[in-house]
Each structure stands twice: as structure tokens, then as C-alpha cells.
Write a protein that binds this ligand. Structure first.
Ligand SMILES: [Zn+2]
Length: 222
């Protein structure tokens, strides 16, 4: 019964869309109609991951831990702006979990990320340095990487060691995504143990989060 209702609803919707949407589909109209309805509006899927957690604090400094800072300060702001997007379907990796552990201990995590998802991992650096950078998947930064680095440059400053980007192939969790042909970037926003970075991070968190969501999705948020 449920199925019949769904197909009927789909047919009704197609009436308003016109037949153009079906032109390239070589299946019966009923199936095509159901398919069209399911796919509209087409939103790109994003999975945002706040680094570490599940017992791993990550980097430490200024009385804070990377895992805690990302979850308590950055995550709520990212969520706030993620809701304002129109063409993007943004979900957050369960903050009680650590994707690296899930991947390598349980063979889940990055092994279970659906294809056609863009994965963005958020981290904070520590121990001798300042500024942020983007760890990129390809040798050259993508337009998204460039937009992301511009946000870091504006509100924190770039890590002079990388000048925006670091192409790395020795990060095991990232390599699982790479082998599965899943698009990803890893963002190191700032050094958690650098006083100046930490101050800027706290002061600009709202703008940084808004900038990141805009940079990642390439959508303009009001
Ligand atoms: Zn980290």
C-alpha cells in the first residue's frame, strides 16, 4: 500500500515538472517518476567530522584539548550555519566517536562513508607553530581548498610552513577515503597551544564557522 501511494504522489509531482525531466530515462514512466521525485531537489552530501574524541583528546594547549574545543566551540557554530544552506545536505559525524578508531579498529568509519559524499575533517594543530592550513587530497588545491584557506588567512593567518596547503599521502584515515575515491579535505584551523591563535580562534569563531560552511558548500549564506 505504501508503495502505491508513493508512486501516485510521484506522478502528481511530475505533472508539474514536465516531461523534460524524464527524457533521458529509458524506463517505464512510473519508475522514472518515482525516481525524479526522490532526487529533487538534488543536494550534495557533506559529512563534517570534528577530529579526535572517544578518549583521544588530540592536541592540547591554553587549557583546552583539541577534541573538546572542536566539539564545544566549533561544532555548534558549524551546525548553525549548516542549517542555512539550500543546496547542501550536511551531516556531522557522531561527536562521541573517533573516525580514525572507527575506521581501523572496527573497519567502519571511513569504510562506511557513502560514495558521492564530501568529507571535511576539522582539526587543531599544536607544538611549535602558528596559523592554519588545509591538508588537500590532490597535488593542487581545489577551488574549495582555496576558499577554505582564504577563511583561515582572514581570521587566523596561514601557517608559514605551508602557505595554505599541505598535500599528504601518509595519513591512513585519509588514504581509506582516497582509495574509495571519496572527496575530502582536512582543515587545521590554528595552533591550540599558540596564545595569539587561540585568541583569534575565540574571537572569530562565529565568522570562521560561517566562512567554512560557505567555502565548503560554495553557497552564500545570509
Ligand atoms: Zn588533530
Amino acid at each position: 500500500m505504501k508503495k502505491t501511494k508513493k508512486v501516485l504522489a510521484a506522478l502528481l509531482t511530475v505533472g508539474t515538472l514536465g516531461m523534460g525531466a524524464l527524457a533521458s530515462t529509458v524506463v517505464t514512466p512510473t519508475v522514472a517518476a518515482a525516481k525524479t521525485t526522490k532526487k529533487a531537489p538534488k543536494k550534495h552530501k557533506y559529512l563534517l567530522v570534528m577530529g579526535h574524541g572517544a578518549g583521544d583528546p588530540g592536541a592540547r594547549g591554553n587549557g583546552a584539548s583539541e577534541a573538546n574545543y572542536l566539539r564545544k566551540k566549533m561544532l555548534p557554530k558549524l551546525k548553525k550555519y549548516a542549517k542555512k544552506t539550500k543546496r547542501s545536505d550536511i551531516t556531522f559525524y557522531n561527536p562521541k566517536h573517533n573516525i580514525v578508531r572507527d575506521t581501523f579498529v572496527y573497519h567502519k568509519g571511513s569504510y562506511k562513508v557513502p560514495k558521492n559524499t564530501t568529507v571535511i575533517m576539522f582539526h587543531l594543530d599544536a607544538a611549535g607553530g602558528h596559523g592554519g592550513h588545509v591538508i588537500i587530497q590532490k597535488k593542487k588545491p581545489t577551488p574549495r581548498d582555496k576558499r577554505t584557506a582564504a577563511v583561515i588567512k582572514k581570521y587566523i593567518g596561514l601557517n608559514p610552513a605551508y602557505r595554505g596547503y599541505s598535500y599528504r599521502t601518509n595519513l591512513r584515515n585519509c588514504n581509506v577515503l582516497r582509495r574509495r575515491h571519496i572527496d575530502y579535505s582536512l582543515i587545521e584551523t590554528a595552533f591550540i597551544d599558540n596564545r595569539s591563535d587561540y585568541k583569534k580562534l575565540n574571537k572569530n569563531m562565529d565568522k570562521i564557522a560561517k566562512g567554512y560552511i560557505q567555502a565548503i558548500t560554495n553557497e552564500k549564506i545570509k
